[in-house]
Design a protein around this ligand. Structure first.
Ligand code: FAD
Ligand code: DHB
Length: 388
């Protein structure tokens, strides 16, 4: 097989890249090691920044989102037994969209197939070759048969556990890593959310987040230990904790738990995000803790930049955007890292903290809800920094 851009991974990064390249008249093939059904039902992110919402609409994949998503002007911060509303529209003129990542994935897969795009699912033994030359290739096995894609460029959109990052020549990458001593237990439930907007709750027993996927489906998270076994959390215990951490500020309706899982939390960046003709995008290059919901948004920002750089190359043989890809992406990535770390450290209970830290966190929350300058800074980052 031959294509212009070989893409590894059919997550939001790989699918959006393939879609943007198609709109620019550039061919690509995506290979994915999971099944279509699996990637279309993997429950993960749910919050889309304003610019990314606009991009989905402007590029023709936002129609169902416009019908089914929830568009929010702000959110609530809950501490000391009270909730405080932040109005992002009023503060920075932008809002956020609540629409499941798996729905974005479904819409992108459908559009790629409608446009004649090729996505090869359930591949095995993916490997990348010769990306230090202008004739890179990808090999994999499908249905027991060895296959090969010759291409001009390889996009490593294969997530944190993918093979592209480890394929960089030894000694060319620097890693910046930080693990947090806690994780999130997340549930999807057949019950209405306690408020039509999100609630971020600070509590002495740990953080909790009340978000949703629709007016009748809630997505609820509680802070738990880093390596917590989900079996330690029977449904009753989860509901009890969610009631307590909501601090009596809203009524929380219980419902059938449809999905349950624990996510350990880490911050991670690898630099640079490119070597020769191999480019990393999304979780393959960076991970943020989920507080602040930046992961999918950063993945989309990377591929927007990569598609522009590849377009400039194919249209006018310009290589400056390709050469500057890593530097341009990392500027946004580090701001996303800073914001995600900051949101994480003001809301969570840390095992080694001293009473000073709890007072400082409360002062920070109090400052945000009482200072327009502080609230504006949060809103500007939360709804999404301007995109180049
Ligand atoms: P992925 O979605 O991981 O896609 C990578 C793809 O590559 C996968 O489909 C994988 O199967 C495939 N793959 C891997 N290895 C290979 C291989 N060798 N060959 C072929 N294919 C391969 N982000 C937000 O922006 N907002 C949120 O609200 C938010 N909430 C989150 C909540 C939770 C609980 C979690 C876990 C994450 C959340 N995130 C959020 C983060 C977000 O889900 C990720 O950042 C996003 O999935 C990154 O997209 P990606 O395409 O880079 O990687
Ligand atoms: C969601 C997840 C987050 O991490 C967040 O900060 C906001 C929303 C969500 O799953 O809806």
């Amino acid at each position: 097989m031959r294509t212009q851009v070989g893409i590894i991974g059919a997550g939001p990064a790989g699918l959006m890249l393939s879609h943007l390249l198609h709109l620019a008249g550039i061919e690509s093939i995506i290979i994915e090691n999971r099944s279509r059904d699996y990637i279309e039902h993997r429950i993960r992110a749910g919050l889309i920044e304003q610019w990314a919402t606009d991009m989905l609409i402007e590029t023709g994949v936002g129609e169902r989102m416009q019908r089914e998503a929830m568009f929010h002007d702000g959110n609530h911060l809950c501490f000391n037994g009270e909730t405080h509303h932040l109005n992002f529209k009023d503060l920075v003129g932008k809002g956020i969209t609540i629409y499941g990542q798996q729905e974005v994935v479904k819409d992108l897969v459908a559009q790629r197939l409608k446009d004649g795009g090729q996505i090869i699912f359930e591949v095995e033994d993916t490997a990348v070759h010769d990306f230090g030359t202008d004739k890179p290739s990808i090999t994999f096995r499908k249905d027991g048969k060895d296959q090969r894609i010759d291409c001009d460029f390889i996009a490593g959109c294969d997530g944190f556990h993918g093979i592209c990052r480890p394929s960089f020549p030894e000694g060319t990458l620097t890693f910046y890593d930080r693990e947090y001593p806690f994780g999130w237990l997340g549930i999807l439930t057949d019950s209405p959310p306690p408020d039509h907007e999100l609630i971020y709750s600070y509590h002495d027993r740990g953080f909790a987040l009340y978000t949703m996927r629709s007016p009748t489906i809630s997505r609820l998270y509680v802070q738990v230990d880093h390596d917590e076994d989900v079996n330690n959390w029977p449904d009753d215990r989860i509901w009890e904790e969610l009631h307590i951490r909501l601090q009596g500020t809203r009524k929380l309706q219980e419902g059938k738990i449809l999905q349950k899982g624990v996510t350990p939390m880490r911050s991670f960046v690898c630099e640079p995000m490119q070597t020769g003709r191999l480019f990393l995008a999304g979780d393959a290059a960076h991970i943020v803790p989920p507080t602040g919901a930046k992961g999918m948004n950063l993945a989309l920002a990377d591929v927007r930049m990569l598609s522009r750089a590849l377009s400039a190359y194919y249209k006018s043989h310009k290589t400056d955007l390709l050469e500057g890809y890593s530097k341009t992406c990392l500027e946004r990535v580090w701001k996303g890292q800073r914001f995600s770390w900051w949101m994480t450290q003001i809301f969570h209970v840390f095992p080694n903290e001293v009473p000073f830290d709890r007072r400082r966190q409360l002062a920070e929350l109090d400052y945000i809800v009482n200072s327009r300058a502080a609230a504006t800074s949060l809103a500007e980052n939360y709804a999404g920094l301007p995109i180049v």
